[in-house]
Design a protein around this ligand. Structure first.
Ligand SMILES: C[S@@+](CC[C@H](N)C(=O)[O-])C[C@H]1O[C@@H](n2cnc3c(N)ncnc32)[C@H](O)[C@@H]1O
Length: 444
């Protein structure tokens, strides 16, 4: 790898620090339950799964409708026994895969390691069972911790209170072992525990990621309506763009789509530059293994073969885009210009557009939304024949105003907004011939 490529790929702060229904994936290997584990097992509960050597179950969480992309990413990473759930994908692998998943997964929000699944009908049972776990074998008293919870139960109506009982169980367990108690830190803990309760079914997991994985580390400047990094990456993956044709992010805002596209095309893990993962707070943190995973990831870098263009009209947003692109070390890969998408010519004869236009709900537009989307439609129709355009928008009316027939419609969520991601194939009049030509190209 040349020095320039290495620079473009980014000098990883982690690497610097380290200088010190459907099942897919590979087939199942049964886990042996030890005598010790059986003995700690209360009736009707599943064994405590504390072991982090060998293979174990993990759960990667994601946004709604990003499960297919996450599943594909996990298959690609070599995960076994993959099971797609709602807003999550379960899989089996070893500690190396856990590190890889945190660094490589573009659409995952968190990677959890379930450690104990049991049933509880009240706070007392919740507490007592959680106290059985040898928490001191997971982290030491020097570390701070926090509990995140997702509770849906008539037995536990206050998720905060349920979290508090788990916190008490952990602290009391340390005390019972004659150890100092670890402190709770709400905002930036070393170790994060995830509590999930569905009715009486309780799952305690270690959160290996810590801050959600969309916090890649390159966003230095915020925007009033930024697209989430995991959503941006997921949209690009849904579009099928892998860096074979030019890409245009025509209303780039803070350049999230352009940056995620560059990371995909160069095969750079999105979280290579993250400074911290929660698994670093665990007793079994293997610095050498993480170093190996990061080193191998750097070797997978591919030089960019096409151009990635980004346009932004607003001068403040343009400056933010510039800063984020620089911070992602993508200065040479993304051709950013301050320009009006409607008034500047296409940057190439053909390519793929991924557009996140302003939303009425979140951004003020000088003109009305109908006119704005009509202009998008007519600009695409008259200026961009030969291109494919993908647009994410939240309301049917906006899509109607575009006035073009979509080739695909995919439902996605942008935060709490229900959106659609629609594809438009732009031809210069001779649509049938173009469809035949494209089909022939696919068959060849
Ligand atoms: C929803 S935001 C894009 C957010 C972006 N995906 C991000 O991650 O930050 C839409 C952006 O389109 C820009 N915009 C609006 N009209 C434009 C135009 N005619 N040409 C270029 N950019 C435009 C706005 O200034 C705004 O930054």
């Amino acid at each position: 790898m040349s020095e320039e490529q290495k620079n473009e790929q980014g000098s990883s702060s982690i690497l610097d620090k380290l200088k010190i229904k459907k099942t897919s994936g590979k087939p199942k290997e049964r886990k042996q339950v030890s005598r010790e584990e059986r003995e700690t097992l209360p009736k009707d509960d599943q064994p405590i799964q504390l072991k982090l050597d060998g293979e174990f179950k993990m759960v990667a969480t994601c946004m709604q409708n990003m499960e297919p992309e996450l599943e594909q990413e996990l298959i690609h990473l070599g995960a076994k026994e993959i099971e797609v759930k709602r807003r999550a994908v379960e899989f089996v692998g070893d500690l190396e895969l856990l590190y890889k998943a945190n660094i490589w997964l573009r659409t995952a929000l968190k990677v959890l390691k379930p450690i104990y699944h049991y049933s509880a009908k009240n706070d007392d049972e919740l507490y007592k069972r959680a106290m059985k776990l040898p928490w001191e074998s997971i982290f030491n008293s020097e570390k701070t911790f926090s509990i995140d919870s997702a509770v849906s139960s008539t037995h536990f109506t206050h998720s905060q209170f349920a979290s508090l009982r788990i916190k008490d169980a952990i602290v009391d367990r340390f005390r019972a072992q004659q150890l100092n108690r670890p402190n709770v830190e709400r905002f930036d803990p070393d170790v994060r525990i995830h509590l999930h309760i569905n009715d009486t079914s309780v799952t305690l997991s270690l959160d290996s990621s810590g801050k959600p994985l969309f916090k890649r580390g390159y966003r230095t400047v915020q925007h009033s309506a930024p697209i989430n990094e995991c959503l941006a990456a997921g949209l690009i993956l849904k579009s099928g763009w892998k860096g074979e044709v030019d890409l245009l992010d025509p209303m780039t805002g803070t350049a999230t789509i352009a940056i995620e596209a560059a990371l995909i095309a160069c095969n750079i893990p999105p979280n290579l530059n993250r400074t911290n993962f929660a698994f670093e707070g665990w007793n079994n943190y293997d610095v050498a293994l993480l170093s190996k995973v990061l080193g191998e990831a750097k070797e997978k870098y591919k030089p960019l073969k096409v151009n990635i263009y980004a346009k932004e009209l607003n001068s403040n947003n343009f400056r933010s885009a510039r800063m984020n692109i620089n911070s992602a070390n993508m200065r040479k890969s993304i051709l950013l210009e301050q320009a009006d998408f409607f008034k500047t010519p296409p940057p190439a004869a053909t390519g793929c557009i991924i557009m996140n236009p302003p939303y009425g709900e979140r951004l003020e537009l000088q003109e009305g939304m109908p006119d704005f989307f009509e202009k998008i439609g007519s600009t695409l129709k008259h200026e961009y024949s030969g291109w494919d355009a993908w647009i994410i928008a939240s309301d049917e009316e906006s899509f109607k105003n575009i006035g073009l027939k979509p080739a695909k419609k995919i439902p996605v969520m942008n935060g709490k907004l229900e959106c659609q991601f629609r594809k438009y194939e732009l031809f210069d009049g001779k649509r049938v011939e173009e469809v035949i030509r494209r089909k022939k190209k696919v068959n060849d």
